[in-house]
Design a binder for this molecule. Structure first.
Ligand SMILES: Cc1ncc(COP(=O)(O)O)c(C=O)c1O
Length: 349
């Protein structure tokens, strides 16, 4: 048995994706001659309500190209304290763009607009870096796949406009937010200048992300992508499964969300597991172990030996992520394993 809930990044391409790759009409994407890439970029821009879009190799590259395209060296970017950009991208914002992050702690991944306003530098004194950008993450990974509410995005947008600074969304899982909330992705992204969307997570494509925004910014992004070595040649091979993902894989995310809820409710019924199932917005389930003499690491390792794979982004909580390659029956099996291990009171040592 192998039930892999370490992340939704473990999803494998579907038959339709593999077929689309095989049959893809391709050209050289450097001079923009790949028809499949052009089609994908047009479709993605429309779905995200933006003028233009660019294919990038990964979510990290999309976020970094967005930062590089809209900031200058020595600028400051405002990020939620535990956002992917600052926690898990190898300090690329510092190494590549030369920007400094200002980490604003959020509640369930949501930054208080007053805190954001207070963090923006007045730039009346050379001591200060210039605040160039507000970055939001939706859904928020470290905070349990939470959805950032529309009124929060609107409030942050108003501040950004008033201060004349840019707003970027790390929307790696923005389609999860759209499906779970019933709000079209284009309405969620209306508050940001640029949005990065991953196709390799719940959507199941093997490679690729999209960065969308206004035409001028995306044009600048083309230069930065080139500098980062991200401009591919017959990239239709990569774009074709992304087109399939947009057409066929977005609506089914609802199934992953229902499975996450089912998993969380099941875990809540196991003695010694600490979880509030009402806090599950999308496909991520974080929980703690509250049993004397047993740690999260003990349970994670014991689960691993039983073929139930989870992850630990930070010490003190286990993360299970639901996705298309784990079905309801497997989630039931995983719950049985956790229930048994909790009774056995396992230790990793
Ligand atoms: C919120 C978020 N942003 C960005 C990324 C980076 O995506 P990639 O792994 O494609 O670089 C991830 C990856 O898990 C993510 O969860």
């Amino acid at each position: 048995m192998r039930i892999d809930m370490r992340s939704d990044t473990v999803t494998k391409p579907t038959e339709a994706m593999r077929k689309a790759m095989y049959e893809a009409e391709v050209g050289d994407d450097n001079p923009r001659e790949d028809p499949t890439v052009l089609k994908l970029e047009e479709m993605a821009a429309e779905r995200l309500g933006k003028e233009a879009a660019i294919l990038v190799t990964s979510g990290t590259q999309g976020n970094q190209v967005a930062i590089l395209s809209q900031t200058g060296r020595g600028d400051e970017i405002i990020v939620e304290a535990e956002s992917h950009i600052v926690m898990l991208e190898g300090a690329a914002h510092a190494v590549l763009a030369g920007v400094q992050p200002r980490q604003v702690p959020g509640k369930r991944g949501v930054m208080n607009p007053d805190d954001v306003r207070a963090a923006i530098r007045p730039f009346i004194d050379p001591h200060y870096p210039k605040t160039a950008m507000i970055c939001v993450e939706n859904t928020h990974n470290f905070h349990g796949g939470c959805i950032v509410p529309q009124d929060n995005l609107k409030a942050l947008r108003e501040i950004a406009q008033e201060k004349g600074i840019r707003m970027h969304m790390d929307g790696a899982r923005v389609f999860n937010a759209a499906i779970a909330s019933g709000i079209p992705a284009s309405e969620i992204t209306q508050y940001v200048d640029t949005v990065q969307v991953c196709f390799t997570k719940g959507l199941g494509a093997p490679v690729g992300s999209i960065l969308a925004g206004d035409a001028e910014t995306i044009n600048t992004a083309r230069h930065w992508r080139k500098r980062l070595g991200g401009t591919l040649r017959q990239a239709g091979i990569v774009a074709a499964p992304m087109v399939v993902a947009l057409n066929e894989m977005v609506d089914r995310l609802a199934e992953d969300h229902a499975n996450a809820k089912f998993l969380a409710e099941g875990l809540a019924n196991i003695e010694g597991i600490d979880i509030d199932a009402s806090q599950i917005d999308t496909n991520m389930v974080y929980f703690k172990v509250s049993k004397e003499g047993m740690t999260e690491m003990d349970l994670l390792v014991a689960c691993y030996h039983e073929g139930v794979l989870g992850g630990m982004l930070a010490p003190g909580s286990i993360r299970f992520v639901t996705h298309k390659d784990v079905n309801r029956e497997e989630i039931q099996q995983a719950l049985q394993v956790v229930s048994r291990l909790m009774k056995e009171k396992v230790t990793a040592s």
